[in-house]
Design a binder for this molecule. Structure first.
Ligand code: DLL
Length: 433
């Protein structure tokens, strides 16, 4: 089902006219309301009068994750503070999170974007959507919730975790659609098997999965174990959350909601625009947001764009499912983690050295397991086992509160973690995603 054919199947020229009008409004508004952008545009000697076509977007400044951190928490607000009705956050490279502040208008855009996304995965008003994305500061839970409600489906706001209860509700309420991270979807199949539940015999027949990398093999596995169609959905907190792009039944790339979020691909080294079909860094401009709109935000995600008709009838540009990232951000159980966050936390803990190694495994359970090897200071290592155990527990506690994921800490002797003369190798990823 196409949720909004007027916009999703729009003729290209009409859409481009609309995008250009939105872009001009945005540039004007950011120049007037956000000193950060005024300064950046002044430095490049660019004003709205220089924007004559969509190609002219290349004249405008980029925004980076560091810019968001430097302006934390409200520096990029483009409207009066009393218009904000909701806030979401995700991890930044260091201590401070990345923030998105929404007006009611922004929430409506998000609802629209997520309604299109879930409809792409076959959601209709007859569906019962079991939403196991996390609710809270993470955008996954609320995003899927808003979208399903806009369609008129019934939402079960489960949030993530408590798998036994998830399976009970799935059976008793006859959920027909599942929304969660792909690794959690697989994890639930293991628990179901153990509990003797035949998922294929249940009404659950489709799901929209994202927030972390996953492969074609994982898709096949999920489809087989549930007897369902599994769709890839993409988004990021900075741009609005999930709903930026999504797969349709053709599963030939993800349709970008490009009347709302304008995509570009650039060479990450030079910042130069790349043509369609060429792989590079994905950049987004939010065309209609009011709270914290962003100009040319560098996502650090790698993909390419595809234009041309899709058999589903949508005319929107598609992005290939992600190939990876240009930085070292890890996504562990759907949570974004930068090795630099771990380093910062370790420096503050007496007894530990900022020498560490993150070992990632995806066990039989299909959930990510994290072992953090940390070097202990020389003087500590001779200590009795009790104080080493206390140090281990302390690091685990700090990591849990800083990273929001459970980490198994293994203390190792001084100088045992391999030193490097170049870029330190901080991560061994055995997950084979
Ligand atoms: O993960 C938003 C989201 C929620 C998307 C639910 C889909 C479903 P963040 O926590 O800010 O937002 O993380 C954004 O996650 O830049 C990508 O690197 C990665 N990511 C998101 N979706 C996918 C996907 C949400 N389908 C970061 N495949 C992004 C691979 C994904 N990576």
């Amino acid at each position: 089902m196409i949720y909004n054919p007027e916009y999703e199947c729009m003729e290209t020229e009409a859409r481009e006219r609309l995008q250009l009008a939105h872009l001009k409004n945005l540039v004007e508004m950011l120049y007037t309301n956000v000193p950060f952008y005024r300064k950046k545009m002044d430095a490049l000697h660019v004003t709205v009068r220089d924007i004559h076509s969509l190609k002219d977007i290349a004249k405008l400044p980029f925004t980076t994750k560091d810019d968001l951190r430097d302006n934390y928490p409200h520096g990029l607000l483009a409207c009066p503070k009393d218009r904000i009705v909701e806030v979401h956050m995700s991890s930044g490279t260091t201590g401070k999170p990345v923030v998105d502040e929404y007006t009611l208008g922004d929430i409506n855009i998000w609802r629209e974007a997520m309604a299109r996304t879930l409809a792409g995965g076959g959601c209709t008003r007859d569906d019962i959507v079991q939403n196991c994305y996390g609710y809270g500061l993470f955008t996954g839970g609320p995003g899927a919730h808003y979208g399903a409600m806009a369609i008129g489906a019934e939402v079960l706001p489960m949030s993530s975790g408590n798998t036994a209860r998830q399976l009970m509700v799935m059976q008793d309420f006859g959920s027909t659609m599942l929304t969660c991270t792909p690794s959690y979807a697989l994890y639930m199949t293991e628990e179901a098997e153990e509990a003797g539940i035949d998922l294929k015999a249940l009404p659950i027949s489709k799901g929209c999965f994202g927030a972390e990398p996953w492969s074609e093999n994982m898709r096949k596995e999920i489809e087989k174990r549930y007897g369902m169609k599994a769709y890839d959905i993409y988004g990021l907190t900075e741009i609005t959350g999930p709903g930026v792009s999504f797969e349709c039944e053709a599963q030939d790339g993800l349709h970008v909601n490009e009347d709302l979020f304008f995509p570009e691909i650039i060479d990450p080294a030079t910042g130069k625009s790349l043509p369609d079909g060429e792989k590079g860094e994905l950049v987004f401009t939010t065309l209609t947001k009011e709270g914290t709109p962003l100009l040319r935000y560098r996502t650090r995600d790698i993909t390419y764009l595809m234009r041309g008709a899709c058999s589903c009838g949508r005319t929107t540009v598609r992005m290939h499912r992600l190939f990876g990232r240009t930085d070292d951000m890890l996504i562990i159980r759907g949570v974004n983690v930068f090795p630099s966050q771990i380093e910062q936390a370790l420096i503050a803990i007496e007894g530990s050295e900022p020498q560490y190694l993150i070992v990632l495994n995806r066990g039989e359970s299909h959930l990510d397991e994290v072992e953090l090897q940390v070097e202990v200071k020389k003087e500590f290592f001779g200590d009795e086992t009790r104080s080493l155990e206390a140090l281990r527990a302390k690091i685990e506690g700090v990591m849990k509160s800083k990273l929001q994921i459970g980490v198994r800490v293994k203390l190792v002797e001084p100088k045992t973690i391999e030193r490097s003369i170049g870029k330190a190798r901080r991560v061994i990823d055995n997950r084979n995603i």
